[in-house]
Design a protein around this ligand. Structure first.
Ligand code: NAG
Ligand code: NAG
Ligand code: NAG
Length: 234
């Protein structure tokens, strides 16, 4: 009776059970409790809140927006209630990287890998096929200021959902620092670089400088140094 069906229907069916209780016995009561618990449990995975700076949620932050009958949606969303709503979903990924190929992790080198990754994501259906992926590229020239501005444009103007971070440590630092204060929930900054000592510190609380930074490796210059020392000791 209370399977995985839309929550409104669930509430209705639970409501019916609740009415039933008065004419029936203890079993009905238990069903009510079970229904209520199910509703609570289904509600439980509330959106993860990483709010380090409380802000109004911008409507463009949503991955899926309702579209009515092929026209773009304006202010009057209420007028669309009786027409079936369609959804347009788009995941916007900001890539901040230098284009100069004399830098190891540069855009021309990384671009084919990203496309390959998208192919893989599609093939394994990691995200639903109806969700489009839009890559938004910024050249930071390994420069702190350019990287910061790219992150601000990428979120403020292009309304990106995730930043594939700068690969130069100096450019990564400011982007990873402001990541926690962009949007209400912060924006994840994912990078394969970030070997400097500071990036390795704990990132579990808002006070941690690089709270929204996700490094894809365990390696850091410090660990490499210790590794070399251990190697020389052998
Ligand atoms: C929105 O609805 C109101 C009231 O029905 C109407 O006056 C207004 O023109 C509508 N606006 C748009 C953009 O359709
Ligand atoms: C790329 O970087 C190298 C080394 O820093 C520099 O010599 C070269 O001029 C740069 N190329 C461009 C197109 O900026
Ligand atoms: C990181 O957190 C762990 C567990 O809370 C703690 O043991 C460790 O000392 C912390 N490291 C730093 C550098 O603060």
């Amino acid at each position: 009776m209370c399977e995985r069906i839309p929550i409104q229907q669930q509430l209705i069916s639970c409501h019916w059970v609740r009415k039933w209780k008065f004419v029936e016995n203890l079993i009905a009561w238990r069903l009510v409790v079970a229904c209520i618990m199910l509703v609570v449990i289904l509600h439980q995975p509330s959106p993860i809140s990483a709010t380090c700076r409380k802000q109004d949620v911008n409507s463009c932050e949503a991955i899926c927006v309702p579209v009515t009958g092929g026209t773009t949606w304006g202010e009057n969303i209420t007028t669309a209630v009786d027409t079936p709503l369609e959804w347009r979903c788009e995941l916007r990924i900001i890539v901040i990287m230098p284009t100069n190929t004399s830098i190891e992790a540069s855009l021309p080198r990384v671009h084919p890998v990203l496309m390959k990754a998208e192919e893989e994501i599609r093939a394994r259906q990691i995200i639903p096929p109806s969700v489009a992926i839009r890559w938004i590229f910024y050249d930071d020239q390994c420069d702190q200021a350019r990287a910061t501005v790219s992150a601000m444009d990428g979120t403020g103007r292009d309304c990106g959902h995730v930043i594939l971070g700068p690969t130069c440590d100096y450019a990564l630092a400011p982007v990873a620092r402001i990541g926690r204060f962009i949007y209400n929930d912060g924006i994840p900054v994912i990078t394969g670089a970030g070997y400097t000592f500071d990036f390795v510190q704990n990132k579990t609380r808002c006070e941690d400088e690089f709270f929204m930074l996700i490094r894809t490796g365990w390696l850091s210059f410090k660990r490499i140094a210790y590794f070399m020392i251990d190697l020389l000791k052998q």
